[in-house]
Design a protein around this ligand. Structure first.
Ligand code: 26V
Length: 869
């Protein structure tokens, strides 16, 4: 099954000759590639590929034999980034490959940059999935990722005329040495059609074909798997149509299949219920479940044992159709009863929520679902009916209690109803007879309070913006169908209990859990910052911290050692210099490495408040312009970096990018400002960019409106690389504060509990900080060009009749500016700054994804480490 290029695996002495191996593998590169780093990269990658495949086969064969319970991480996104460095280091091959490449006149550093990122994800959610795979393999946990092999990943962001433009991501153009095509592993996936005698007869079918991406663990023989599905037509060519001369129809099936896996959906401002997206979701879920069941049946005959062998973790609601598809497979294909199928499903499926933003919670129109997946819609209706029936008594009891409590109010309502009826009768010139009066009272009471209350629990609900349209609430389906539901940071897990699913918490509180996110220390410290890693290893006398992050704690005493601090600072300077060189290379701007490097990189969104950061920089610029030479001499110079993609249809986000670029242009070309301030927008922020940016950061910004950012994961990466955090009491910032000591973070802004009240009050908000007004006035006056273009953006935060400042930028601005002043103050004391920077790294081992995954394995999945002997 394996497309394994022949390589010279031995030089005769029994010891592998890696250089010869690379040269042999180079032959398998894309035809026509000229000699040089690109071709060499291909050779190295294929050579490493072969070693990966050996580890992969050994692991999978062992797990097959042992048959331990597996977790299957179902995710529409895996944001893997580059593989070469990670694979070489995880497998402990860096010595061999460094030596071989030296012989060939190159280096790992040189060839690694030739690799294109696998960007099959939007942002945090997809990158989390990638970190989880690394940790699962490292902890020897039997488990696979399951997803989609998009031919175009996240769009490439470029800047043209001061604005973002989107370009396609041709990530597969040079071939992909990290995947193994499995033509023997294919499943049919149906769509559309109708129900005939209760059986689903699809109107369209495609074939899902597997591609395996080996996932090597760190310092272990375990090599796990990410299985991505590609879609193929059931027949390549309709010969009948072809012979009849209808060429378009002849290839139609192929075109339809191609469409399914063509492109990753960007998470736009709103979910629009796009049919193709649902098709993608069902496509990968169906293939993954069929695949898992088929493998289970190779060893077992009775599907009732499935929950002891498999757990499906749904990464957000994107794979939630799994609940209905598992039911269908068990009932329609494998002949189980509804009750047996439901018992299996609800012991096998678990759900992670990643956002509380209402626009991002998926709701599919019943109309769309019923058309694309008629049998699933029928099953969802049945699931919902049975579910509502099962809780009716509970809800009735609750309603009764509430009604009793509200007795007075009810009596009042009755009296009002009576008065209304009387008035109406009077208007018609009649008196109300006594029995009619009673009937009027009764009618008010008859409003079926229980049915009304049940609506809050219903998986199928009316669209509140479009009456008459019915929607399937995918999060509710996920909660009802799962045995565990978790949020991704402590505060977020509380908010989902109080604000998103309170009615479900009341019924089964034990189902709700927290699993605070984490990041892999391999990619996000050891490999992206080898200099700092070497220093840590030297100090601790071991590199065991790479696998046991709790050891980082032992760095704390070194913070008190002046000579250690000097070395720490020197490394930060080195990483700043590397970032400065990168800035020069991609933007042309020359920045000094002396200033404070202040960074905000993440997807552009109003709730993340890049706009507030930008406004603060305008004010900083204004202050510099107005300062005397003496005042200037006291200022802390800054290099302020932004990076992040705006979803192509997200109007405000694109304007925010435009504003940052305009500020950058004005400030950086103002000779009066010099090194006191540079503003940089780094285009095309992605995993590989992050690996350069994060080690060079001294301050990083995580400034979302409290209660909106579920967790954040870059905050953890920055903290581990010794960068300070300026941020709100939101997401994982809070837990980072608890671990690091809040005195070491620059925390500002209102708390999540205050947000609702402030949103109510914001209409009357007139108490603007003068700095805020002054900076916004500059934008309005065209100080950065294009005042008309920024009009709607400014109005969104400054005109209570238009945007209403939903994310409370104006409200938090003063405390944000105060926190920034604190940053400047501390930065002047480089010894103290460095001491605390070390404390950051030492304190945040908790945020290793190894810890997160260990908790999932124990507290949700019940999956045991199964290392090869
Ligand atoms: C958010 C939004 C916001 C409103 C507009 C439409 C829209 C569409 C998608 C999303 C993101 C959905 C899920 C997601 O990516 N969540 C992120 O998950 C990370 C990993 O758990 C977490 O660290 C981030 O805080 C969270 O935003």
């Amino acid at each position: 099954e394996i497309n394994k290029p022949a390589t010279s695996s031995s030089n005769g002495s029994g010891k592998q000759d890696v250089a010869a191996d690379i040269v042999a593998a180079e032959k398998y590169t894309v035809t026509g590639a000229p000699a040089g780093p690109s071709k060499l990269y291909q050779g190295v990658a294929w050579s490493v590929h072969n070693k990966l495949v050996d580890a992969f086969e050994a692991t999978q064969a062992y797990w097959k034999e042992k048959d331990p319970k597996h977790v299957y991480y179902l995710s529409a996104e895996f944001l893997m980034g580059r593989t070469l460095t990670n694979a070489v280091h995880n497998m402990g091959l860096e010595g061999e490959y460094a030596e071989a490449l030296k012989k060939l006149g190159s280096s790992l550093e040189e060839v690694r940059s030739q690799e294109l990122d696998a960007a099959l994800g939007n942002g945090g959610l997809g990158r989390l999935a990638a970190c989880f795979l690394d940790s699962m393999a490292t902890l020897d946990l039997p488990g696979w990722g399951y997803g989609i092999r998009y031919r175009y990943g996240m769009f490439r962001q470029a800047v043209k005329d001061g604005l973002q433009v989107e370009l396609p991501d041709y990530w597969l153009d040079n071939g992909n040495p990290w995947e193994i095509r499995r033509p023997a592993t294919q499943f049919k996936v149906g769509f559309y059609g109708s129900l005939q005698d209760g059986k689903w007869v699809p109107g369209e079918e495609v074939i899902a074909e597997a591609y395996d991406v080996p996932i090597p663990g760190y310092k272990t023989k375990t090599c796990s798997n990410l299985r991505l599905w590609d879609a193929l037509p059931t027949t390549e060519l309709d010969l009948q149509a072809f012979n009849a001369g209808d060429y378009v129809k002849a290839v139609e099936q192929k075109r339809k299949a191609d469409e399914i896996t063509a492109v990753l959906y960007p998470n736009d401002a709103t979910e629009e219920g796009k049919e193709l997206r649902l098709k993608q979701q069902f496509f990968f879920v169906s293939a993954s479940l069929q695949d898992t069941i088929a493998r289970y049946l190779e060893k077992h005959s009775d599907l009732s044992g499935l929950p002891e062998k498999a757990c499906f973790q749904m990464n957000d609601t994107h794979p939630t159709i799994a609940v209905a598809e598992l039911m269908r497979l068990l009932i329609d294909v494998h002949g189980l009863s509804y009750d047996d199928a439901w018992a299996i499903t609800t012991k096998t499926v678990a759900y992670t929520n990643h956002t509380v933003m209402p626009e991002a919670l998926e709701k599919w129109p019943v109309r769309v679902l019923a058309k694309l997946l008629p049998r699933h819609m029928q099953l969802i209706e049945e699931i919902n009916d049975r579910w509502l029936a099962s809780i009716k008594d509970h809800v009735a009891g609750k309603v009764e209690k509430e009604l009793a409590a509200k007795a007075a109010a009810v009596a009042e309502a009755k009296a009002a109803a009576k008065a209304e009826a009387q008035a109406a009768a009077k208007a018609e010139g009649k008196e109300l007879a006594e029995d009619e009066e009673e009937a009027a009272e009764e009618k008010k009471e008859e409003v079926d309070h229980v049915a009304e209350a049940l609506k809050a629990y219903s998986i199928i609900q009316e669209n509140q913006w479009n009456k008459g349209e019915m929607l399937v609430n995918m999060a509710y389906l996920a909660v009802v169908g799962s045995f565990a539901v978790n949020g991704v940071a402590a505060i977020h897990s509380e908010i989902i209990k109080t604000d998103i699913f309170p009615q479900f918490v009341e019924l089964f509180p034990e189902r709700f859990q927290n699993k605070t996110n984490g990041v892999t220390l391999r990619r996000w410290l050891a490999y992206c910052n080898p200099e700092l890693s070497a220093l840590i290893t030297e100090a601790l006398g071991t590199d065991a911290w790479v696998k046991d992050a709790s050891l980082l704690e032992k760095l704390k005493p070194f913070a008190e050692d002046a000579s250690f601090r000097a070395r720490w600072r020197a490394i930060k300077q080195q990483k700043k210099a590397a970032l400065a060189a990168h800035i020069k290379e991609v933007t042309g701007y020359e920045v000094s490495t002396e200033p404070l490097f202040d960074i905000q990189v993440k997807r552009i969104h109003e709730y993340k408040r890049q706009f507030m950061n930008a406004i603060s920089l305008i004010y900083r610029y204004k202050t510099i312009k107005e300062a005397t030479p003496e005042e200037r001499a006291k200022m802390v110079p800054r290099v302020c970096v932004f990076g992040g993609k705006a979803a192509s249809a997200y109007y405000m986000a694109k304007k925010i990018v435009g504003l940052v670029l305009s500020i950058s242009e004005t400030v950086n070309n103002d000779p009066d400002v010099g090194d006191l301030l540079k503003v940089v927008f780094l285009p095309n922020y992605n995993v590989s960019e992050a690996e350069i940016i994060i080690p060079g950061a001294e301050l990083s910004q995580h400034i979302s409106t409290a209660g909106t950012e579920a967790s954040g994961t870059s905050n953890m990466k920055f903290a581990l690389n010794g960068s300070f955090i300026i941020g709100t009491m939101d997401g994982a910032n809070i837990e980072i504060g608890e671990n690091t000591g809040f005195e070491n973070l620059f925390i500002f802004g209102v708390k999540a509990e205050e947000i609702n009240r402030l949103r109510e009050e914001r209409k009357d908000f007139k108490d603007y900080d003068p700095r805020w007004t002054a900076a916004l006035d500059m934008v309005k006056a065209g100080a950065f060009g294009r005042p008309d273009y920024f009009d709607d953006l400014v109005a969104s935060v400054n005109d209570m009749t238009r945007g209403n400042d939903w994310f409370l930028l104006a409200n938090d601005f003063a405390s944000y500016m105060d926190a920034q002043d604190e940053v400047d103050k501390l930065y002047r004391d480089q010894e103290e700054w460095t001491r605390r920077s070390i404390i950051y790294t030492a304190s945040n081992g908790f945020f290793s994804s190894d810890r997160t995954i260990d908790q999932y394995a124990r507290e949700i999945w019940s999956v045991q480490p199964t290392p090869l002997p």
